[in-house]
Design a protein around this ligand. Structure first.
Ligand SMILES: Cc1cc2nc3c(=O)[nH]c(=O)nc-3n(C[C@H](O)[C@H](O)[C@H](O)COP(=O)(O)O)c2cc1C
Length: 190
């Protein structure tokens, strides 16, 4: 794969969440390289409060089965065609990373860890984007389901905070307008 090198600013501004992937698989090595760079996210006390479960390539098939089981009730009663249609939102992604964060009993640490893991995820998204790999951070309710947690071997005291779908795409969606600094900033003392 050809590496691109966007400026930090361009990566931040140009990255869009990709919700329509084209089915091209993501090479696991590419995703692991991205993760190895993304870990340089700031995090309090160097706790590095994250771990991941990744699926790319052939492990995707088993993951699709799990996603089907937790999201399509009575899937056995559907026609192949209908099931395939309902599953495309999962099957067209070229890879998955589930980000797992410890849930510290202390509120301050828990919030810090969530904040740090969020930066880590943004790093993954930006670094992937730089390689032409799109992503979308998703938080479906099934991330907290016991059956799903068990399949990912999520331990008590841990939480899956993101299903990060990664993959290739044919179109970049238009970004929604953002507020300007004048809308969100109050100058101190004025
Ligand atoms: C914490 C978090 C949770 C999100 N959950 C979902 C989700 O469940 N489904 C989804 O389609 N997009 C989800 N998104 C992606 C947002 O929809 C997306 O970031 C937003 O529309 C802005 O678009 P952009 O990322 O292209 O700038 C989530 C993003 C964040 C940061």
């Amino acid at each position: 794969m050809s590496e691109q090198f966007l400026s930090v600013r361009d990566a931040i501004i140009q990255r869009r969440s990709i919700k329509k992937f084209n089915g091209q698989p993501v090479d696991r090595e590419d995703l692991l390289e991205v993760i190895d760079d993304a870990v340089w996210a700031p995090n309090h006390g160097n706790r590095e409060p994250w771990r991941l479960v990744v699926a790319c390539g052939k492990e995707l098939y088993a993951l699709h089965d799990l996603l089907r089981d937790v999201t399509v009730p009575k899937w056995q009663e559907l026609s192949n065609e209908e099931l395939t249609k309902q599953m495309t939102k999962f099957t067209l992604a070229g890879g998955y990373a589930f980000i797992i964060v410890p849930e510290d009993a202390r509120q301050k640490e828990r919030l810090e860890d969530y904040a740090a893991a969020s930066i880590f995820i943004q790093n993954i998204q930006l670094l992937a984007w730089d390689r032409g790999i799109g992503s979308c951070w998703k938080t479906p309710a099934f991330l907290d389901q016991p059956k799903f947690r068990e399949a990912l071997e999520v331990q008590p005291g841990e939480r899956v905070i993101a299903m990060l779908q990664v993959g290739y795409f044919d179109e970049v969606p238009k970004g929604k307008e953002r507020k300007k600094s004048e809308d969100i900033v109050t100058i101190y003392g004025q």
